[in-house]
Design a protein around this ligand. Sequence first.
Ligand code: ZN
Length: 474
Amino acid sequence: MAATRNGQVRALIYARQSKDNADGIDRQIEDCRRLLAREGIDPDSARAIVDNDVSASSGKRRPGYDGELIPEVEAGGRSVLVVAQTQDRLLRKPREMEDLVDLVERTGARVMLVRSMFDLTTAMGRAAARQAAVWARLEVEQKAERQQRQAVQAAERGECPSRRAFGYQPGGDVDPAEAAVVRDAFDRLFRGESLVRITDAMNAAGLPSVRGNRWSRKGVAYLLTSPRYAGWRVYHAGAEDEVRVRGTWPPLVTDAEHEKAVALLTDPVRKVNTLGTARRWLGSGLFLCGRCEAAGELEQGAPVTMRTGRRTNGNVRTYICRAHAHLSRAAEPVDAAVVAAVEARLARPDVASLLAGATPEVAGLREQADAIRARIDRAVRDYDDDVIDGATLRAVKARRTAELAVVQRKITAAARSSRLATLASAADPAEAFRAADLAVQREVIDALAVVVLLPSARGASSFDPATVDVRWRH
Ligand SMILES: [Zn+2]
């Protein structure tokens, strides 16, 4: 070690604090100084570079190692001697060993360890160092596995998840102020208040979410459907062996209240109500093109619907064939004709027969969708709590999302029938239809009939209701 004897050595001590059972920073530096003294280097001339609490399994940059040590080695080359207590202080992953080998080969700098010795200038030394890095990595990974097993065991015992929920303190004790807000939100929901109003009330209470944010409708919906408030801990969510365990923390709502809240917030009618309001036209995307039908296109694949437009010579709104633009009808008289036809149909005494075949199995489907959605939510929570890993979460999500799409399509169809059933059971169904908003009217029309727009007679100056072909489904 010529450089050591000629006194030109620039000694760098590297120490790293982490959560594992390693010695503290002071002990590491002390050990390194002693080694330097044994090597005949003045320990006081060494510069100590320290990283705090950057764990071995995280991929985070180390400000000391990456920001100071490496540049010093690059700059100092063969005159540099790096000293660390053990290899796993210096390196966190086997990959970092390769970088260090490259660095040493490129710069000629030397590395010494207090508790083991490897010489990166020889093939045997590098092999030994790589071996050591692999075994150190194994230890880190085993620790992660152990922690995951412990998380599962904690879940099995119904222990409170590590991530605190609004309304509770860390550890699961009730936070009285937040719990009152939670209780109020449930009460408002059961009184029939909309999610928008409940969200406003929660924000007015002035207590932010666990992440310190204002409440969003999504966040409030998540809260009101979380099984945690009924005292349930769920693990292996979404898997075949999914288990629900009674938690050790005090519930804020009863099981019945939890189920009621889930049912209310996943009610398909509530959802449908918020959809479709953007459409200002009764028949856009709903009424069909009569010319396309005459040409046989309605029989082949998806029927051609009308889109909306305007006449160039004025402010007349129109329906135009979406595919070929070969048919255009003034929209207002068409809408009026369709509405009149539907009202007449709903005024007939046999309106109750519309219910036949439209009995919805919405409730059953809703339960299915709830269960799937809850499994996805639980998988996300389990991931947050380290009960499952990212790959499992992705697999669960993909599988459950596909299932959900199927059920959701059935719900949409059933909700349409349910809408019709509600309307048909009104005291005056025609009046109820007239009073409904556009989205509801569109759904009722769709459930009741197929509307095909036909070309008007050439040169006709007035609107002919016969050119609006309303074909009843029932
Ligand atoms: Zn057409």
